[in-house]
Design a protein around this ligand. Structure first.
Ligand code: NAD
Length: 366
């Protein structure tokens, strides 16, 4: 049966990078025998321009009826003067809410060929390959009550978590760890916060069902320090909404460019895959965008929505190999490096994918 993928390329560099992700998915379909059917729909600024609303009914319906959604990016400066609810970004928030994913997954990988792009000394980050699992629908960002007191001089938010909210995201983290190096670091501030004490207790209980997964509890401040000094010591980091938001950005610096970071939001009606970067209006339409974040998001789609672990791993290897062989978009290029266009980078990764597959076949043949 064919896997229905709803493409929402969006604005700015969104369509450019999505096209390269689709190129790789088509290549995978050709070589794996799995069929993918793609349908493309407007969202964000492009939808406001064409249909008067950032998330048209037809787009939402297509997303809800798909097996997976692959999104580019939304946003354009011409909407900057509008109320937040009328901007393209509101469409993405509404989409995320409608799809209902509660676990946001963001890998952060150290790519040796990009060592010079990171702010770290190579010996500190060598081997770092971690996955942040962030609770996305609860905690401080959604807790009620929230607001300003009448005086305007006092404001308040509520940090609240229920056992159910913690259990379901903890399960995602432990399941992912099982597929990786079998370690979960649960991040909290249990020495100060009651919600963190509940978090710690529930995660400890849930982890008992995963005796093969090693669980440690780490205070968020210690985690921030360890991410900067010994990121390779982490495998899966399980975080609440606030801590995950902050630590995932910090972890992103390990990779060296915003353009290489993928994400997945899973656990709802339909899973959503998108690069971490925005629509980058400063480089849109110039062929300068790095498509790796979008291509790596497509690999996550294969892993989580299509049960195609082998093909996902091959894409990840192809990205590494393309980088190792010197393929660089402008954001990755150093002085004297040849700069590839978005399309050429997509092609370089597609060629590397062929090589990765060929090599595997020849190993098996020996
Ligand atoms: P941005 O991520 O679009 O760009 C930040 C910087 O990184 C820019 O200099 C850009 O050129 C560069 N960059 C980003 N992606 C790149 C890529 N793939 N290759 C090479 N360089 C890349 O963030 P911003 O400038 O703060 O926001 C621009 C617009 O995107 C805004 O409207 C914002 O609201 C929106 N936005 C959307 C999303 C999303 O759709 N998920 C996320 C963040 C920002």
């Amino acid at each position: 049966m064919s896997l229905k993928i709803a493409l929402l390329p969006g604005d700015g560099i969104g369509p450019e990078v999505t096209e390269e992700a689709v190129r790789i998915l088509k290549n995978v379909a050709e070589h794996s025998g799995r069929a993918f059917s793609f349908s493309s729909h407007v969202i964000g600024g492009a939808a406001i321009d064409g249909e008067g609303t950032g998330l048209p009914e037809r787009t939402l319906e297509a997303a809800l009826n798909a097996d997976a959604v692959l999104l580019g990016a939304v946003g354009h400066p011409k909407f900057d003067g509008r109320l937040p609810s009328e901007r393209p970004e509101a469409a993405l928030l509404a989409l995320r809410q409608a799809l209902g994913g509660f676990a946001n997954l963001r890998p952060a990988i150290y790519y040796a060929p990009l060592a010079k792009r990171t702010p770290f000394q190579p010996e500190r980050v060598r081997g770092a390959n971690l996955l942040i699992v962030r609770e996305l629908l609860g905690g401080l960002y959604f807790g009620e009550p929230r607001g300003f007191e009448a005086s305007g001089n006092t404001a308040f938010n509520t940090l609240i978590y229920s056992r159910h909210e913690i259990e379901r995201v903890a399960k995602v983290a432990c399941d992912r760890a099982r597929e990786r190096r079998k370690k979960v670091a649960s991040i909290d501030k249990a020495n100060v916060l009651e919600t963190s004490r509940l978090w710690r207790a529930v995660v400890s209980d849930d982890a008992k069902a995963y005796p093969d997964v090693e669980l440690e509890h780490v205070y968020v401040d210690t985690a921030a320090m360890r991410l900067a000094t010994a990121p390779a010591s982490f495998d899966v980091m399980l975080c609440d909404n606030l801590f995950g938001d902050i630590l995932s950005d910090q972890a992103a610096s390990i990779s060296g460019s915003l353009g290489v970071l993928p994400s997945a939001t899973i656990g709802g009606k339909v899973d959503l895959y998108e690069p971490v970067h925005g629509s980058a209006p400063d480089i849109a339409g110039k062929g300068l965008a790095n498509p790796i974040g979008a291509i790596a998001s497509a690999a996550m789609l294969l892993r989580f929505s299509a049960n195609m672990d082998k093909e996902a791993a091959e894409i990840d290897h192809a990205i590494e190999e393309a980088l190792a062989s010197g393929a660089r978009t402008k954001d990755l290029a150093g002085p004297g490096d040849r700069v590839l266009s978005t399309r050429d980078m997509g092609q370089a990764i597609e060629e590397a994918l062929h090589e990765v597959r060929d090599r595997k076949h020849s190993y098996h043949g020996v």
